[in-house]
Design a binder for this molecule. Sequence first.
Ligand code: SF4
Ligand code: SF4
Length: 325
Amino acid sequence: MPKPKIAFYWCASCGGCEETVVDLAEDILGLVAKVDIVFWPVAMDFKKDDIERLPDGALAASFINGAVRTSEQEEMARLLRRKSAVVVAYGSCAHLGGIPALANQFSRETILRFVYEDAPTMDNPGRTRPSPDSYDSGNRLDLPKLHSQVRPLAQVIDVDYTIPGCPPTPALTREAVTALLEGRLPAKGSVLAPDTALCESCPRKASKPADLTFTRFRRPHQLLVDPATCLLAQGVVCMGPATRGGCGALCVSGNMPCTGCFGPTSRVKDQGAKMLSSLCANLSARETDEIDAAFEGIPDPVGTFYRYGLAGSLLRRRIEHSTTP
Ligand code: SF4
Ligand code: SF4
């Protein structure tokens, strides 16, 4: 009997999610024994044609990491959707836009102008920018077009399942692939991780006060963090209360706050808003200057509360009215 065909693809991605597949270590040999990996551009020399030639629905599953920023990424996502019985959004960028979606704070024109003209390291007196289509010796060259915003995969194609994390852990990946092969996946649309907040499984949970009161916020390098006490209780913004568990509490175990990469649980509409509203509700400061002083400890609110989830949040992007979109 032929083995199920599997594809891995990366869109706007750092490659860390691909590393997780490699981090399956010897388990990857077991995976290869059970499936045919027919497309994995980061690791093997497959071409788009190889996928185009397959009948629709021929792939048992495609694992797509990275957000969608360019016309090429959108085209590949749509192609893999057509060819796959199951599409899995793999990692924070595919799930919620991830780190690349922080660019949604700026217009495409602002980004291009900075990268190709104003960046201190740029030496480009002609202010040349890559053109989506150009000619060289009579041959036309088409480059992917940069969309005006970064989108999570589910804003572009129908997604069956999501494996969260930046990157997802090998354990979650192994469990999801095994469930897929054994035909015991949960309802379509599920996020394949526990639907409880990280605080529930945090080793510091017992030291989290029922009534938190904040006078100021500090970043981890601004204090000697007590390794046994809840980070929020020490005034360090830890996204645990607004973030789905299932990561093994790796960051908090390493004495660093959770930064929210697993996204919200199913009961939270907007991860950043939930965290921000809970911090504000528990702030002891009442006067404007006291409030400003407290929030000096959070110099980058978007990067703190929406580090991975801006494109998938209620906000999605910032519109700059004064420049070209
Ligand atoms: S989710 Fe994290 S590890 Fe994966 S591609 Fe995005 S930034 Fe990289
Ligand atoms: S806020 Fe952070 S450190 Fe405190 S219990 Fe929750 S996850 Fe743990």
